[in-house]
Write a protein that binds this ligand. Structure first.
Ligand code: LMR
Length: 339
């Protein structure tokens, strides 16, 4: 797996140009013109993140009386996950909600704790991390990267899909598995005997269809809305890992807002967060039901013994993460998630 490389010079010049034009478009030409806040994301509108973004748009425009116009750009239509963080830092887009697996290339490997296999026994344990001191500390780390972290949004727990049934760790031998660009996810696939390949979300379905990779992991809502079930014959409902988001905003844009607008947007984000996190589980259940009904993929459950074998095979991933991310961080995670 390759982590994201710095943009090539031509690419960087292009992003800078887009940023300059974007800034001109976002800034009001006269005091009466609305401020434009572009919220770019990579998934379909009909997902937990897509619906959360749309809810934020409604609430933000209402709370600011139209002085802020939110343009939601779904489906990697503005930036793919390879480019979006750099675009945000350059001011070419104002708001994003990247998956927590995508922050390490900013030098923030700590976010990879969310990728650890079997780290969150329940949603309550997860919530204690995202809404507790550890979550606040992680969001705070974004500040010196020119970013303000506003909230954590759920998607849900992941399944593993492939063109063969995945019941035991040995079933992964030699499979090329698409991952997000996270060293923890890379270690997870290697520990299972698979070959991890980091691929942009927007390219994943076509990579599966073309046979460039054999399988992947994702949430039911992402699998269904990308129609990945049409190109994956089996999926194991392993709930082995979590996929969630940090909603982030360009710091210069945020700090330049008049304080009443910033307060209104903060309230809108709080309400949108409650909404997004309240629908995520039901959205994933509905996506799973729709894929079952479509009948392309056979969905498997792990027996308690099979699950124990996955947990044992994946134990070294946590040990490696403790060495790399620091035992203190892993101890904080263990404390926050202890039942
Ligand atoms: C992925 O790349 O699989 C996810 O991060 C996509 C998303 O934003 O949910």
């Amino acid at each position: 797996m390759s982590s994201r490389r710095p943009a090539k010079p031509v690419h960087r010049i292009f992003l800078l140009l887009v940023a300059a034009i974007g800034l001109l478009l976002a800034l009001p030409a006269t005091a009466a013109d609305p401020i434009v806040l572009r919220f770019s994301h990579v998934v379909a509108p009909d997902t937990p993140k897509g619906k959360g973004a749309e809810k934020f748009r409604e609430l933000a425009e209402k709370a600011t009386g139209g002085r802020v116009v939110v343009e939601v750009r779904p489906n990697s239509g503005l930036y793919s996950d390879k480019d979006e963080l750099e675009a945000l830092q350059l001011g070419a887009v104002e708001m994003l909600a990247p998956s927590l697996a995508k922050f390490a290339p900013l030098g923030l490997q700590e976010f990879e704790i969310f990728d650890l296999p079997f780290a969150f026994p329940t949603s309550t344990a997860l919530r204690r991390v995202t809404e507790g001191p550890l979550g606040r500390r992680l969001l705070g780390r974004l500040g010196d990267r020119g970013i303000v972290g506003l909230a954590f949004w759920d998607n849900g727990f992941k399944l593993m899909s492939a063109d063969r049934p995945l019941r035991r760790p040995a079933d992964f031998a030699g499979l090329r598995m698409r991952i997000q660009p996270s060293r923890v996810l890379e270690g997870q696939m290697r520990a299972l005997g698979a070959v991890p390949q980091a691929i942009a979300f927007s390219e994943t379905r076509s990579a599966l269809e073309a046979g460039l990779v054999d399988g992947t992991e994702n949430t039911p809502s992402n699998m269904a809305t990308q129609r990945m079930d049409e190109v994956q014959r089996f999926a194991t409902l392993s709930r082995h890992g979590y996929l969630g988001y940090a909603v982030i905003v360009n710091r210069a844009f945020w700090e330049a807002l008049p304080s009443d607008l910033r307060a209104a947007l903060t309230d809108a984000m709080r309400e949108a967060t409650t909404y997004a996190n309240s629908i995520a589980e039901a959205e994933n259940d509905a996506a799973l039901a729709a894929m079952r009904a479509a009948g392309h993929t056979v969905f498997l459950e792990l027996s308690p013994e099979e699950r124990a074998a996955w947990i044992a095979a994946l134990a070294p991933v946590r040990e490696e993460a403790a060495r790399r991310l620091g035992p203190g961080l892993l101890a904080d995670l263990a404390r926050a998630t202890a039942e």
